[in-house]
Design a protein around this ligand. Structure first.
Ligand code: SIN
Ligand code: FE2
Length: 203
């Protein structure tokens, strides 16, 4: 495999099956409290193909009028987001190399048809902290590029239990999900893929 950009780390099979199952249970509890919503693009109002929710003191949301941002409450229920499950805080402590805890965990749910266009995670004020990404369920084709949109990209498969860290020079690398590979995991009974990204928002 060609070399990943500096600062981008892929840890295949980081979570064993038992830890993946525990995480799915924890995320189901999050979704029960903070239901999945359909994010829409700023300006155009075009819906994204993923559904999302968050846990943590802050959650990432987007809508037509106000665009990409972090806020303390769920956009539909108006309630504070549920806390970040301890299983996720342990992963952050192990892989982030960052002394402060994450403030947001974005939960993206992909149906087998969903995808995510190439983008940077840059709505955070604290760019010293990495973004830690955890994959559960069906595999996907993940694409990562450099810090400019025009740069060369490379693609590789992310499977259930894999962790990716975007840190240091790689913190602002463009990335996206080109496709989901149906029926490649038995973790989620109804198929699809869950991606969890842990972020530190304020310094
Ligand atoms: C994201 O960039 O928010 C999600 C990445 C992924 O699904 O692996
Ligand atoms: Fe992202």
């Amino acid at each position: 495999m060609p070399q990943l950009p500096n600062g981008v780390r892929h840890r295949p099979e980081y979570l064993n099956r038992a830890r993946q199952e525990a995480l799915v249970a924890a995320i189901r509890a999050v979704v029960a409290d903070a239901p999945l919503f359909v994010p829409v693009m700023p300006g155009t109002g075009k819906p994204m193909s993923v559904r999302m929710t968050n846990c943590g003191p802050l959650g990432w949301v987007t809508d037509k009028q106000r665009g990409y941002r972090y806020q303390e409450i769920h956009p539909i229920t108006g309630k504070p987001w549920p806390g970040i499950p301890t299983e996720l805080l342990e992963i952050w402590d192990d892989v982030s190399g960052y002394r402060k805890p994450p403030q947001a965990c974005l939960v993206n749910f992909y149906s087998d048809e969903a995808r995510m266009g190439l983008h940077q995670d840059k709505d955070e004020q604290d760019l010293e902290a990495p973004v830690v990404s955890i994959s559960l369920g069906n595999a996907c084709l993940f694409r990562v590029g450099g810090v400019s949109r025009e740069g060369r990209t490379l693609s590789f498969k992310l499977s259930s239990g894999d962790v990716v860290v975007l840190g240091g020079e790689g913190r602002l690398c463009f990335h996206g999900v080109d496709r989901i590979y149906p029926a490649t995991s038995t973790l989620l009974k109804n198929g699809g893929r869950i991606n969890l990204t842990l972020r530190r928002v304020t310094p």
